[in-house]
Design a protein. Structure first.
Length: 318
């Protein structure tokens, strides 16, 4: 049997895993690699991308930066989380604030070190990204609209790190040849951004009690829940635009099945949203969005499974 000290150590490891949301990190890594293979560089073999050492550093620098972002967010939201997520908050408190900050700075140092090995541009990119995450957690998060927009943007930024990596060598003369590919990338990014923004709006409704107690200026607090629901409804219908571009203008292979299913799910999502008025109901809506986002990661493979065996130059089709 484990001794008391060993049990305490295990609990602290579990607590730290909860703080950095370790269950999200593998999904983030997988999403970046699948995006690189099927969206950003489909003309290359999957194996060539997986063996790209500099890409590996960028992917893991992104994952480490996001993990450190969860830590600093947990640090500033400790009081609010006691109200909104008491069980998780008690688990997270098994690790001291000092230890959390030590791990936070260590992870950030590791991220910029990996970025520096790639290039000075990558170093500058991740340095700015780390600062933006801190500034969001410290200041921006408490303000309506801009806080929601920033949170959604910060979640999308790692994919732009990969985008810049693949296209930093494209000359000005070659840009026109790649415009169709850029449009596909931006359409995917916009769809993901809108889903993340809707999720942030749902979280404001879900965390209303804790936000009130800690003086967060969210939309449902400054205005009302009905206003939030109206904005969420508008954002949901806006997701049709990037989906239309991806399905009807460009070729996303069998991934169009995912988008059709998303459309049906989001219609039921809106119907349930307007009937919801409790934390439990908003939590269910939040989980539906998380499921769509995570399942979307795996469905990227449906764009063109043959890319796994041999690259195919999709750019020539645009």
């Amino acid at each position: 049997m484990l001794s008391r000290q060993h049990k305490l150590l295990v609990m602290k490891i579990v607590s730290l895993f909860s703080v950095v949301r370790g269950y999200n990190i593998p999904i983030i890594i997988l999403a970046q690699y699948l995006s690189a293979i099927f969206i950003l560089a489909p003309e290359k073999r999957a194996l060539d991308i997986l063996l790209d050492f500099h890409l590996l550093l960028i992917v893991f620098a992104s994952a480490v930066t996001i993990a450190s972002g969860y830590i600093i967010n947990n640090f500033y939201d400790s009081q609010k989380d006691l109200i909104n997520r008491p069980n998780k908050s008690m688990l997270d408190r098994l690790v001291s604030q000092k230890t959390k900050l030590t791990v936070y700075f260590s992870l950030n140092f590791l991220a910029v070190l990996m970025a520096m090995i790639v290039s000075w541009r990558a170093f500058l990119f991740f340095s700015c990204y780390i600062f933006l995450i801190w500034f969001y957690s410290h200041k921006i998060k408490k303000y309506p609209i801009i806080g929601n927009l920033t949170a959604a943007l910060l979640a999308v930024i790692p994919f732009f790190a990969i985008l810049l990596y693949f296209y930093n060598k494209i000359s000005f003369e070659e840009i026109e040849d790649h415009m169709g590919h850029f449009a596909v990338i931006w359409a995917h990014a916009m769809f993901l951004f809108l889903l993340l923004l809707i999720r942030e709006m749902i979280k404001d409704l879900e965390n209303l009690k804790g936000d009130l107690a800690t003086d967060y200026k969210t939309i449902p607090i400054l205005y009302n829940e009905t206003t939030s629901k109206r904005i969420i409804t508008i954002l949901t219908f806006l997701t049709v635009l990037p989906v239309y571009v991806l399905i009807n203008i460009y070729d996303v292979g069998y991934m169009d099945i995912y988008f059709y299913i998303c459309f049906v799910v989001m219609l039921f999502f809106l119907l349930y949203l307007w009937k919801s008025n409790s934390k439990e109901q908003y939590l269910l809506l939040h989980n539906v969005l998380k499921f769509l986002i995570v399942s979307g990661v795996f469905c990227i493979v449906l764009i063109n499974p043959s890319v796994l065996w041999h690259g195919k130059n999709l750019i020539s089709r645009f």
